[in-house]
Write a new protein. Structure first.
Length: 208
């Protein structure tokens, strides 16, 4: 959940790697081919089962430990996630002027802004709106969440090719609000529905 100040800004402007799993391959238990009585066979089978049980417990413990570590990496002691920090940082850049080819605080173009923000937090996104339209994975429009990339055409919506990009700051199911660097006003917040961005909308990409 975004901080109240972010939600206030939205209202004001409206105007992977998958976890590696431990191998389940077990070492075959070799049984002697010499004559043995039933008690020896039962003992050997029980020992094999105990080994398999022990390995399963270790595997489950290792998986649980990895999941705990992963959660710790994504939520710090204050309860802030990298997405919260990323959005907060992006909003501090509001008012930065538009500059074609710009990638710094002195000026951004649209993809220069998004790549600057994500790379500051170690998220590898590409440099242009065209290539950013292929970064991450596609998600349904109504599932857009803070930190997703929202892709638009250029100023001519008849040309259905990527030409503009921003960072979603709204929650799933809400009107899509996004922060972006626009040639008309620099870094600012806009929304999709009910604006010219509606007809320019192309896709939502998840990179976090």
């Amino acid at each position: 959940m975004l901080a109240p100040v972010v939600l206030l800004l939205i209202m004001m402007s409206a105007g992977s790697d998958e976890a590696a799993t431990a191998s389940d391959e077990t070492t075959p238990v070799q049984f002697a081919t010499l004559k043995t009585d039933k008690s020896e066979t039962v003992t050997s089978s029980a020992t094999s089962e105990k080994r398999r049980t022990s390995m399963a417990v270790k595997t489950d413990n290792a998986k649980s430990s990895w999941e705990d570590d992963a959660e710790a990496r994504w939520i710090d002691a204050s309860g802030t996630t990298p997405t919260d920090s990323l959005i907060s940082y992006a909003l501090t850049l509001m008012g930065t002027p538009y500059l074609y080819g710009g990638t710094s605080n002195s000026g951004f173009d649209c993809s220069g802004f998004t790549s600057h923000v994500f790379q500051k937090f170690g998220v590898p996104v590409t440099r242009s709106s065209t290539t950013q339209s292929e970064d991450g994975i596609p998600v349904d429009r109504d599932e857009a969440r803070p930190g997703d990339l929202v892709i638009f055409t250029g100023t001519n919506p008849q040309v259905r090719e990527p030409g503009h990009v921003g960072i979603v700051i709204s929650e799933p199911g809400d009107t899509i609000s996004f922060v972006h660097s626009s040639s008309n006003g620099g870094v600012k917040i806009s929304q999709v529905e009910g604006t010219g961005y509606e007809v320019r909308f192309l896709d939502v990409r998840r990179v976090l």
